[in-house]
Design a protein around this ligand. Structure first.
Ligand code: ADP
Length: 161
């Protein structure tokens, strides 16, 4: 059984993330969206909120689960018996960072393979931070996130639309 871990901060989950999880779930027996509790970035949503938003977003995908984690990603991968780390590549600019991380993770955990999915064209420009910026300026984000995420951004006062 091949288990894949798709780690990230998911603050909040976007249609781009959901696209990657959907495509990963076609290749692997189980895909776990791992939500890291304390990334080094300013967060809009708490870990509980990010998990809840992600769970609702992938409820229709039977082979996808959402789990929070607090330790280093490679240790969490071991904990859940994942053999694969899934990441998404949007632009060339993502590549450098993803490559560095993949090398570091391979050094830390030699058996763990990183598999990068190319972003789908319609989501190539999508990032959680850009969505929050657009929402805060009153832009329409309804085609970029599921309705419950748009609602949560409104409740948080991020979205002025
Ligand atoms: P991190 O804090 O680890 O960058 P993110 O939640 O921002 O976490 O992203 C997790 C992964 O999803 C990263 O590999 C990122 O490149 C990828 N990703 C983010 N947005 C998209 C998108 N629109 N299309 C494809 N992959 C994406």
């Amino acid at each position: 059984m091949t288990i894949a871990l798709y780690p990230g901060s998911f603050d909040p989950i976007t249609n781009g993330h959901i696209d990657i999880a959907t495509r990963a779930s076609k290749l692997f027996d189980k895909t776990v969206i791992g939500i890291f509790s304390t990334p080094e970035k300013h967060l809009t949503f708490s870990i509980e909120e990010r998990v809840d938003l992600a769970r609702r977003a992938v409820a229709h995908l039977p082979k996808v689960e959402v789990k929070p984690y607090t330790n280093i990603t490679v240790d969490f991968a071991k904990q859940i018996n994942a053999q694969v780390l899934v990441r998404g590549l949007r632009m060339i600019s993502d590549f450098e960072w993803e490559f560095e991380m993949a090398m570091m993770n391979r050094m830390l955990s030699p058996g763990l393979e990183t598999v990068c999915f190319m972003a789908s064209q319609e989501f190539q420009f999508l990032s959680a931070s850009l969505i929050k910026e657009v929402a805060s300026l009153g832009g329409n984000i309804s085609s970029l996130v599921p309705p419950h995420v748009a609602e949560a951004l409104k409740k948080k006062g991020v979205s002025k639309a």
